[in-house]
Design a protein around this ligand. Structure first.
Ligand SMILES: Nc1ncnc2c1ncn2[C@@H]1O[C@H](COP(=O)(O)OP(=O)(O)O)[C@@H](O)[C@H]1O
Ligand SMILES: [Mg+2]
Length: 397
C-alpha cells in the first residue's frame, strides 16, 4: 500500500481485487485508489477488465476476491463487495453510466432525469397515497426533483430540448444526458464507462467541459476512456490495466511516457514504440530500448527475442494460479522483460558509461514485477536486448 496521508483522502480504495469467470481471470490482484474530488482514469486495451472493475464496484458482480472501500464525504465507510447492489447508489452514493447508452428513448429528457430520482419521489409520496392526494411534502419533493433535473440539463447544455424524446438526440447529447441522469442521484463517486466513445471532437470537448463542471462540484469521477484527448486533458490520475493486471499508475504525464503503456495500450509495433517515445521526448527510455542485440546469446537482427509467446502468472491469495498468456502476449510484460534484460546487461556489453548512467532500469516498477518471460533467451535473464526495430510484436489490436 502507498504511504498516504489518510484513507479519507481517497473516495475509493480497491485492494487485491480479483474476478474470475470460470477459468478466465478478468481481473487479477488489482489494487488502486481514487482520490477524493479528482478524476481518476482507468485505461487499457479492449478486454483488459475495465468494465469488469466497474461491475464489481457498482455491485453488478460479486468479486472473487478483494476489498473495495468507499469513503463517503461525511466520513462513513462502505465495503462495496458486501453491499447489496441496489444499496450502492443509495447508501454508498456511487452512480454509473454504461458502455452502451441506456436511456428511455421514448421518454423526454426531463422524464429521464425524473425517473433517476424515483426513490426519493416514491419515499416522498408515501409509496403512492401522499402523492395521489398531492400532499405538500410530495409537491415540494416533486418541485425539487424538477429543479435538480433542470439544473443538470443546463449543465449538460440540453435544457432547450428538455421536452424532446431522448431518442431524438444526437449521440453526443445522449451521452451527456446519461451523465446528467447519473448526477440526479446525487453521487459522490461517478463511474463513467467510455463516455467519449463515438463522439466527434466537438462533442468530446463538450463532454470534457461537463466533466470538469462535475469535478468542480466536488464529485469524484472514475473514468474508463479510450479517447486520449479526454484522458490526458482532464484526468488527475491514470491507472492502466492489461489482461486484468495493473501495469502503470500515476499522473497523465508519467503514464504517457511509460513504455509498457505505449506497448500495451496502443498495441503498437516495436518501431512505433520508439516513435512515440521520441515524440514524448523520453530519451532515457529510448536509450534503454536502443541497446543492440547480443548475437552470442540471443537472436540476431532479424528476429526479436520478444517475438515468441510470453507466459505470465497472476497470483491469487491461496492458489498461486498460473494464467498463460500466449498469442496476445502481454505487451507490457514484453517491455518489462526487455527492460529487465537491459538492466541485467553487464556494463562492458552495454553502451558507453555516460549513456548507461542515464538509463532507468525497468522504469517505475520494481524488478520483481518483471514477469518470467519464457520467450527464448529472455527467460534466462541473459543480455539479449533486441533492437526495437528488430521484429514486430503483434501489431495493433
Ligand atoms: N460476464 C462475463 N462472463 C464471462 N466473461 C466475461 C464477463 N464479463 C467480462 N468477461 C471477460 O472479462 C474480460 C474483461 O472484459 P471487460 O471488463 O469487458 O474488458 P474491457 O472493459 O477492459 O474491454 C474479457 O475477456 C471478457 O470477455
Ligand atoms: Mg469495457
Amino acid at each position: 500500500m502507498n504511504a498516504t496521508p489518510s484513507s479519507n483522502d481517497f473516495i475509493l480504495q480497491v485492494e487485491h481485487l480479483s474476478m474470475k469467470f470460470g477459468g478466465l481471470v478478468a481481473i487479477g490482484d488489482l489494487s488502486f485508489q481514487a482520490r477524493r474530488g479528482e478524476i481518476t482514469a482507468l485505461i487499457g486495451p479492449n478486454g483488459a477488465g475495465k468494465t469488469t472493475v466497474f461491475n464489481c464496484i457498482t455491485g453488478f458482480y460479486k468479486p472473487t476476491e478483494g476489498m473495495m472501500t468507499l469513503n463517503r464525504n461525511d466520513g462513513s465507510t462502505y465495503l462495496l463487495e458486501r453491499l447489496p447492489n441496489h444499496e450502492i447508489p443509495a447508501r454508498a452514493k456511487v452512480a454509473r453510466t454504461f458502455q452502451n447508452i441506456r436511456l428511455f428513448s421514448g421518454m423526454t429528457l426531463l422524464e429521464n432525469l425524473l425517473v433517476a430520482q424515483h426513490n426519493k419521489l416514491m419515499k416522498a409520496s408515501g409509496y403512492t397515497l401522499l402523492g395521489l392526494f398531492g400532499f405538500p411534502s410530495y409537491r415540494q419533493a416533486s418541485a425539487e426533483s424538477i429543479e435538480l433535473a433542470r439544473h443538470w440539463l443546463e449543465k449538460a447544455d440540453l435544457v432547450d430540448r428538455a421536452d424532446d424524446p431522448a431518442g431524438d438526440l444526437p449521440y453526443g447529447a445522449q451521452r451527456r444526458l446519461e451523465i446528467a441522469r447519473a448526477m440526479c442521484t446525487g453521487p459522490e463517486l461517478l463511474c463513467l464507462d467510455e463516455p467519449a466513445a463515438g463522439l466527434n471532437p466537438k462533442e468530446s470537448a463538450a463532454l470534457n467541459e461537463l466533466l470538469m463542471g462535475i469535478k468542480s462540484t466536488g464529485t469524484s469521477i472514475l473514468l474508463i476512456e479510450h479517447d486520449m484527448s479526454v484522458v490526458m486533458q482532464i484526468s488527475d490520475h491514470v491507472v492502466v490495466l492489461e489482461y486484468g493486471r495493473k501495469i502503470s499508475d500515476g499522473n497523465p504525464a508519467s503514464v504517457r511516457t511509460d513504455p509498457r503503456v505505449i506497448a500495451a495500450y496502443l498495441g503498437v509495433d516495436d518501431e512505433e514504440v520508439e516513435t512515440v517515445l521520441t515524440e514524448v521526448g523520453d530519451e532515457d527510455v529510448i536509450e534503454q530500448l536502443d541497446t543492440g542485440p547480443d548475437s552470442a546469446h540471443g537472436p540476431g537482427n532479424t528476429a526479436s527475442m520478444m517475438a515468441g509467446p510470453v507466459s505470465d502468472s497472476v497470483e491469487h491469495a491461496n492458489e498461486g494460479e498460473r494464467v498463460t498468456v500466449s498469442k496476445g502476449a502481454s505487451k507490457a510484460a514484453q517491455v518489462d522483460a526487455r527492460a529487465a534484460s537491459v538492466a541485467s546487461k553487464p556494463q562492458s556489453a552495454a553502451k558507453p558509461a555516460a549513456k548507461s548512467g542515464t538509463a532507468k532500469a525497468a522504469p517505475n516498477k520494481p524488478a520483481a514485477k518483471a514477469p518470467a518471460a519464457k520467450a527464448g533467451s529472455a527467460s534466462k535473464g541473459k543480455d539479449t536486448a533486441a533492437k526495437p526495430t528488430a521484429g514486430k510484436r503483434g501489431g495493433r489490436k
